[in-house]
Write a protein that binds this ligand. Structure first.
Ligand SMILES: Nc1ncnc2c1ncn2[C@@H]1O[C@H](COP(=O)(O)OP(=O)(O)O)[C@@H](O)[C@H]1O
Ligand SMILES: CC(=O)OP(=O)(O)O
Ligand SMILES: [Mg+2]
Length: 325
């Protein structure tokens, strides 16, 4: 890094941190105390949080004076009403933080800023944003604020993903523990690494490979994915009391015209109709001229959000002093 960045003056490092728990609903400057709190959240995001923390500790070793800022995937969702945050579990579990957090918040925050630049008439709109990548989730946002989202306590809930199952009857877990003798480590491997598109297809976790495959199980994996996107998008429309626009973003959402077409087809009854040619050309607005609900493809930019938050924290705490790399 020192070599690559020799002509650059580093002023700070911003990080995506997937889980902020109940404690962090905004970006925060990294301190040893903050780091300890982020480490305590590792069990809630075992696929992501350890890597987020590893980057911070590595950087702190090389640049001990460099200010570092943690920007949370969960923070954007702190505006949701209580019904969207609560599981129907005994109160004491809710009180200790067993609740729905939601993720991909930096991506949703970027889209919330970008959409009104593209379509000012939608500034107050009820929008379902489909962040479809390796990890996938949906966010229902109204006037740019999160109302509801498909992920929950961890990044396992909601849509099927590359290697995660999405929504699952918790009774399945009791069955696997009791009848198959699975312990927490084996369950974690099953749910974070072996399920989702990979588990259903037996072929790949990559949507491109599944769309190219002749294997009927690959086709089933794609169909299961599109079915759940449409079904859960309709659920978010109910959370918002209506639907005024749909946005596709992230790896699959930005690049896969067939997935967008199939999801839109399943949402036709809600007034979502796309224009085939615009969709294939990956236009910014892909809805048909007579579609009640406009549909957009907007490339996300989580890094830009992180940079912007990091500069904001620096300006706020007046630490933007000349720091030579
Ligand atoms: N042209 C494409 N068609 C279908 N899927 C694609 C295409 N390009 C990328 N993808 C999918 O996007 C996924 C990665 O999305 P991305 O948002 O970069 O994921 P993440 O940030 O969660 O790693 C890949 O796993 C791949 O399945
Ligand atoms: C939260 C999450 O699932 O992130 P990613 O899409 O990066 O896996
Ligand atoms: Mg991503």
């Amino acid at each position: 890094m020192r070599h690559e960045l020799r002509d650059v003056r580093l002023v700070a490092a911003g990080h995506r941190v997937v889980h902020g728990g109940t404690r962090f609903d905004a970006p925060v400057r990294l301190t040893p105390a903050v780091l300890a709190e982020l480490e305590a959240l590792v069990p809630l995001a075992p696929l992501h949080q350890p890597h987020n923390i590893a980057a911070m500790t590595a950087l702190a070793e090389v640049y001990p004076e460099l200010p570092q800022v943690a920007c949370f995937d969960t923070a954007f969702h702190s505006t949701r009403p209580w019904q969207a945050q609560m599981f129907a579990l005994p109160r004491e579990l809710t009180d200790e933080g067993v609740r729905r957090y939601g993720f991909h918040g930096l991506s949703y925050e970027y889209i919330a800023q970008r959409l009104p630049q593209i379509a000012p008439e939608l500034a107050e709109a009820r929008v379902v944003v489909c962040h479809l990548g390796s990890g996938s989730s949906l966010c229902g946002m109204r006037a740019g604020r999160s109302v509801d989202t498909t992920m929950g306590f961890t990044a396992l809930d909601g849509l099927p993903m590359g290697t995660r199952p999405g929504v699952l009857d918790p009774g399945v877990l009791i069955y696997l523990m009791r009848e198959k003798g699975m312990g927490p480590d084996e369950l974690e491997r099953l749910l974070y690494h072996k399920s989702g598109l990979l588990g259903v297809s037996g072929v790949s976790n990559d949507m491109r490979a599944l769309l190219d495959s002749e294997n009927p199980q690959a086709a089933e994996a794609v169909e299961l994915f599109c079915f759940q996107v449409a079904k859960q998008a309709a659920g978010l429309a109910a959370s918002m009391g209506g639907l005024d626009a749909v946005v596709f973003t992230a790896g699959v959402g930005e690049n896969s015209a067939p997935v967008r077409a199939r999801v839109a087809e399943k949402l036709g009854w809600l007034g979502v109709h796309i224009d085939g040619a615009a969709n294939r050309a990956r236009a910014t607005r892909i809805s048909a001229a007579d579609s009640r609900v406009p549909v957009f493809v907007i490339p996300t930019d989580e890094e830009r959000m992180i940079a912007s938050h990091t500069l904001g924290i620096l300006a706020h705490s007046a630490v933007l002093s000349p720091l030579a790399a």
